[in-house]
Ligand binder design. Structure first.
Ligand code: AMP
Length: 294
């Protein structure tokens, strides 16, 4: 496994793999502090592609003022050891200057859908995400790139960017990996103290309640939202940022749920830690199995 810091080196390695060796490249972008959620993406990339590239880059452009850019967990030594175990071929771990050279002034924005949900709470967040992913795609030119359903809106926006700007990369979205408690794995779970970690299980419990109600015939978005809110409000350590019901593909806000897959998503503060989670309702059986809540 080679760790690459320079974008020029990454570009020439990727070019050689594609042109001279004709090998398919699978790419998994991450911010490090790796956990089993990331590893599930890497596992799938390993199964589908000849070469696996994982980036580890805490992207300043996707953090707002007062967010946790400085305190975000960073441990490249630990991450690299895990990645080697998973037979990753290349780790791309650039410095901020490698990605954003002096005078950097070009951004990629998916208009409209970037401003809702996570984007409404975190202005500019998705501009940072789509810009860095566009840069990474241009450097690596992967055949496939792997993203987690954990960040459902991110996956929708990346797919749209790829379609709109004709990136030659297929986007693969994989289900949320959870702890036994139901808590969605996240690098930010590292911030939680024991008591908070227990409280954080309320996110998945609330979403599971919405799933059950939906299965029993509740198709009003308002009532499902209220059910989720009421469940979370019973947890004294939790403070709701938002709970929302949207079309899973267009992200349009919905009042009533029809046959289309619907995304129930939320963001909740546990102490100072902001956690997100979601569930998709109204999927086919096949998708259900993949995206099921524990
Ligand atoms: P991050 O390092 O948080 O930027 O995440 C990198 C990738 O891992 C993103 O595509 C995330 O959606 C995905 N990811 C993070 N947590 C999970 C999880 N619990 N299950 C599945 N994918 C995840």
């Amino acid at each position: 496994m080679e760790i690459i810091n320079r974008r020029k080196r990454m570009m020439s390695v990727a070019r050689k793999l594609r042109r001279e060796e004709n090998r398919t490249i699978g790419f998994v972008p991450t911010m490090g502090a790796l956990h089993e959620g990331h590893l599930s993406l890497i596992h799938e990339a390993r199964a589908m592609c000849d070469v696996v590239v994982v980036s580890v880059f805490v992207n300043p452009a996707q953090f707002g003022p007062g967010e946790d850019f400085n305190s975000y967990p960073r441990d490249l030594t630990r991450d690299a050891a895990l990645l080697a175990e998973y037979n990753v071929d290349y780790v791309f771990a650039p410095t901020v200057e490698e990605i954003y050279p002096p005078g950097f002034s070009t951004y990629v924005t998916v208009e409209g859908a970037s401003d809702q949900l996570e984007g409404a709470s975190r202005p500019g967040h998705f501009r940072g995400v789509t810009t860095v992913v566009a840069i990474l795609f241009n450097v690596i030119k992967p055949d496939f790139a792997f993203f987690g359903q954990k960040d459902a809106q991110q996956a929708v926006l990346i797919k749209r960017m790829v379609r709109d700007l004709a990136f030659n990369t297929e986007i693969v979205v994989l289900p949320i990996v959870r702890e036994a408690s139901g808590l969605a794995m996240s690098s930010r779970n590292n911030y939680l103290k024991d008591e908070q970690r227990r409280a954080a299980t309320v996110l998945n419990r609330a979403l599971s309640k919405a799933s059950e109600a939906y299965e029993e015939g509740e198709h009003s978005a308002t009532r499902l939202t209220e059910l989720v809110r009421a469940t979370i409000e019973k947890e004294p350590l939790a403070r709701i940022d938002y709970v929302s019901v949207n079309d899973a593909e267009t992200l349009a806000q919905l009042d009533k749920i029809d046959e289309r897959p619907v995304l129930v998503s939320l963001a909740v503060f546990i102490g100072k830690t902001r956690l997100i989670d979601n569930v998709v309702l109204g999927k086919t059986k096949k998708h259900d199995a993949a995206g099921a809540i524990a």
